[in-house]
Ligand binder design. Structure first.
Ligand code: ADE
Length: 223
């Protein structure tokens, strides 16, 4: 898989995407991630990427030309173009799974008050938001989306079981609690059942805790 990110703040994406599992996924050749500076597709002396909104109003709007020049240069036959914007569809695990099967993604990061709408109409396949809050720009959102997608590419996480069992993978429950050594810390004991070696009881205990935790933290998932 290949992922191109277009942003005016490439360094925001580069650090997180070169560490740990994301770094290793690229070294192993499971994914090629290229973070581009959108200003490389400007043609004026000031490398301008924004301008005042027609009709007035606060803030600046990102210009249409650099996005068109960049996408036209980078896209291939099977490319999905995604715009990160707080006005997009809310990103979730099912979407991450779908994107992890694509050959090529181009992620466009917005900034300022928004992006000239001709970009959305003519270039973008999907507008994505990572949640109902507003970030200063789309680069952090793109990084989040890439992380969620890349870890689902087969082979990237050594243990495919952990992907299948984790929260949001299929059921309506989030994951229950986990414990590791020591068995006792400041008087807090690891639940006895987890030390029992009784597999069926452990599975049932985990299901109950998952249900409790979902009811407390995410009642919306229970409908
Ligand atoms: N840009 C600014 N806020 C955003 C959000 N919540 N999701 C995606 N892109 C954004």
């Amino acid at each position: 898989m290949k992922i191109d990110i277009l942003t005016i703040f490439p360094e925001i994406c580069r650090g997180p995407l070169s560490e740990s599992i994301m770094g290793r996924a690229q070294e192993a050749g499971a994914v090629e991630i290229v973070v581009h500076d959108l200003r490389d597709w400007t043609t004026d002396r000031h490398r301008r990427v924004d301008d005042e909104p027609f009709g007035g109003g606060p803030g600046m709007v990102m210009k249409v030309e650099p996005f068109f020049a960049a996408v036209e240069e980078l896209r291939a036959e099977h490319t999905k173009v995604v715009l990160l914007t707080p006005q997009g569809t809310c990103f979730d695990q099912a979407m991450a799974r779908g994107f992890s099967q694509e050959q090529h993604l181009i992620l466009l990061c917005g900034h300022y008050e928004g992006v000239d709408h001709r970009v959305v109409e003519a270039l973008v396949d999907v507008e994505l938001s990572i949640g109902d809050y507003v970030l200063t720009n789309g680069a952090i959102a793109a990084t989040v989306v890439v992380d969620a997608i890349v870890r689902l590419i087969p082979g990237v996480l050594g243990d495919d079981q952990s992907v299948e069992e984790e929260s949001f993978s299929d059921s309506r429950l989030i994951e229950g609690p986990h414990y590791t050594r020591p068995r006792e810390f400041r008087g807090m004991e690891v639940p006895e059942v987890l030390l029992s070696g009784h597999h069926a009881k452990i599975v049932e205990w985990r299901r109950q805790r998952a249900e409790e935790r979902t009811r407390k933290n995410r009642p919306d998932l229970l409908g």
